[in-house]
Design a protein around this ligand. Structure first.
Ligand code: PHB
Length: 387
């Protein structure tokens, strides 16, 4: 190419680039802070897969921006959370952090996000405080609050005629909050929790506690475990011969993404969640097909929440043509978004938490089969959120 032509071409290219906002020329840096090891490893991987599936469906760009991913394994360890999120924010200089699964870890992340004004999208961790006292303009959740997921299980257990229940869970924020929400929903229908059992996270030494349930003989058990811990708990509960004598209930995390490993033990278990494996909506059908084709795996609630985190980010980016420096406008676009989710379309509450239907599901084979809407359009009370 002649020198004059080269100069002309360079000038034309520069003019084109200058017409775009400066940030839109670069890749958008997305920091994924998720558990890739430990009892929640499968959950972290499903969230990442779901997120990337949505981006892939959009041709690799959202809001006109290509994406560059940065990953940190948070190991579901709250003690390492501040350092881990600092790596994404200070070292990698990400535009947005997407994470995490564990309620204790997310609370540390939220503090850093507030102090540094980093945009944070939470694709699982249900800590009530995140969209309660810790709510902030730059913090969003595409998943659920712990209260939402377990309150509905209490309502259902009472509806089904149970009068007494024991609860069993890990001793940390999510376990405490779910046990307490179950108790509230159950009490509303006239039920009483007679014993609250727990063990340290991520322990799986259930035997002594199961023996206690067997001797207490409550009408029902409410359990919150997830991932590897849920697999072991459901198998141990069945092996202890409790499935028939003391029916097991839980938030759907107890049987989501776990059924192949739980096998016969989980059959018939009733859970409540904002997702089921056979929802009657077109978006879920296309999501499930796309996920199975891309990953040779069946999706679960975690995959759907990762997908929705990407949709929510996409809505914000589209509102500002990819220019994240227009933060206030981007937040407005995210707040106004109607997310076409596999769970059914949802909007966000003022505290930035999904308002969604909670379904009753029953395990049949490898499927959490939809039974009915347990509670319609359930919003977290967002106690303490001033925004
Ligand atoms: C949480 O710690 O908030 C949590 C973890 C796993 C779940 C649900 C909630 O499946």
């Amino acid at each position: 190419m002649k020198r004059r032509q080269t100069i002309a071409l360079t000038a034309a290219l520069c003019a084109g680039l200058l017409a775009m906002p400066a940030t839109a020329q670069q890749k958008l840096k997305v920091g994924l802070m998720l558990p890739y090891t430990g009892t929640f490893a499968a959950l972290g991987n499903a969230i990442e897969n779901g997120f990337k599936l949505y981006v892939q469906e959009q041709g690799g760009k959202i809001g006109g921006r290509e994406i560059e991913y940065f990953r940190v394994d948070d190991e579901s360890d709250p003690a390492k959370a501040t350092d881990n999120v600092g790596k994404l924010i200070n070292r990698d200089k990400v535009d947005v952090v997407v994470g995490t699964v564990h309620s204790g870890v997310v609370m540390a992340m939220a503090k850093v996000a507030r102090d540094s004004n980093t945009l944070l999208i939470v694709p699982n961790a249900g800590a009530n405080a995140l969209t309660g006292p810790m709510c902030a303009p730059n913090i969003f959740r595409s998943s659920f609050s712990n209260w939402q997921s377990a309150y509905a299980a209490g309502v259902v257990a009472a509806e089904r005629g149970h009068k007494t229940a024991a609860s069993i869970t890990w001793k940390y924020a999510a376990g405490d909050e779910m046990a307490s929400a179950f108790k509230e929903g159950f009490a509303k229908g006239g039920g009483k929790v007679v014993k609250e059992l727990n063990l340290p996270f991520p322990g799986v030494e259930f035997q002594a506690l199961l023996t206690e349930i067997a001797s207490l003989k409550p009408d029902a058990t409410f359990a919150f475990f997830a991932g590897g811990g849920a697999v072991k708990f459901v198998k141990d509960y069945a092996a202890a011969g409790l499935m028939k004598s003391v029916p097991l209930y839980g938030p759907g995390f107890l049987t989501d993404g776990t059924l192949e490993a739980q096998g016969a033990a989980a059959q018939g278990v009733l859970t409540t969640l904002h997702y089921a494996d056979d929802l009657p909506n077109a978006k879920d059908k296309s999501f499930r097909l796309g996920y199975a084709k891309t990953y040779k795996l069946q999706p679960d609630v975690y995959a759907a929440q990762g997908y929705d985190a990407a949709q929510l980010l996409g809505a914000g980016l589209s509102g500002v043509n990819g220019d994240v420096s227009r933060r206030a406008d981007m937040i407005k676009a995210m707040e106004a978004a109607k997310i076409d989710s596999p769970r059914g379309a949802f909007t966000l509450s003022k505290a930035h938490n999904p308002v969604h239907d909670i379904y009753l599901r029953k395990v049949e084979g490898n499927s959490n089969k939809y039974q009915k809407v347990a509670v319609k359009a359930l919003a977290d009370p967002a106690t303490g959120c001033k925004m």
